[in-house]
Design a protein around this ligand. Sequence first.
Ligand SMILES: *Cc1c(COP(=O)(O)O)cnc(C)c1O
Length: 376
Amino acid sequence: MNNFDWNKISTPAYVVFEELLIKNLEKLKLVQDKTKAKILLAQKGFSMFYTYPLLSKYLYGATASSLNEALLGKIMKKENHIFSPAYKEEEMPLIIDTVDHIVFNSFNQWNKYKDLIKQTNKHISCGIRINPEYSEITHEIYNPCAASSRLGVKLEDFESIEGLEGLHFHTMCEQNSDTLYRTWKEVEKKFSKYFSKIKWLNLGGGHHITKDDYDVDLLIKTINEIKDKYNLEVYLEPGEAIALNTGFLVSEVLEVVHNNIDIAILDTSAACHMPDVLEMPYRPNVINSGKFDEKKYNYRFAGPTCLAGDIIGDYSFDKPLEYKQKIVFTDMAHYSMVKNNTFNGVNLPSIVYVDKNRKIKIVKEFDYQDFKSRLS
Ligand SMILES: *Cc1c(COP(=O)(O)O)cnc(C)c1O
């Protein structure tokens, strides 16, 4: 974000830029325009509902992983979908009331709830998640096709799909359209015998559509192949791709300690505010920094918690860091706010929106009451 004055931001804060969201949404709209596919926001990746009115101008709706997310998805006032590995019976009436598409993870779940769904006076389009037994994800914690996976029905376990209107697969993570194309070919080989009986195919998330090197043309070709060959409505439900590179986590230097290397303690924490840094794991980029030893002054960035491993990464700078200097982490809109926590009582970062005229709006600030209210 060139020429934005980060000193205007009280830290820590997630700062999301409208101009960057619009850039992503325009790219997604292009895919929709050239394919007539419907793109939904997977809220588990990004749920800053302050932006939903903007998102709903471009997208067809939202998808949820839980009743809470489904209720939030209503703010979009568009299509509202849900998938869960297993639904709670007590929640089902409200889920039915809230959504218009339900994806089931097993025939047992579908059979359990189909009568309840039939009895309601609105039409709910139901589908089943398949496990195509093909995924190019190598990190097992993110691989829904790993051995003994609970996610999706394998071809050998298929039952009658009467009453179901769609199939859903989600087998990708941060991948390009060549992976999608190969996955689609596997899905087609195994499941095309059901395509004449259904109306839609949901290609899940994990499509890195808004990344610079993403091959949009191959995505468009793949979707159009599905539509032309089988006359199916196609859904995509990316989370990350919608908010990719649209937000920053702004923090400041609290202290520098020395133990072999200089360690800067920040007012943000990997464990609390960017848990994917430890979970994936990965090293987030910092504006105006280099890799360790690339520039003159090296620092390790660490959080203010008691967790020894609350380490964000190693960086280098042209000048020594100063007390209260702003440290800006890039690409912090997705899988950050939705996963953060108050471990050690560390306060949550504020949520800030910068509109396309660069007007700064503090959307939400957190304090002691937010911390306390979850604990008893
Ligand atoms: C996680 C998930 C998504 C979104 O994935 P991204 O990697 O954020 O695009 C979509 N659908 C389902 C079923 C998911 O579990």
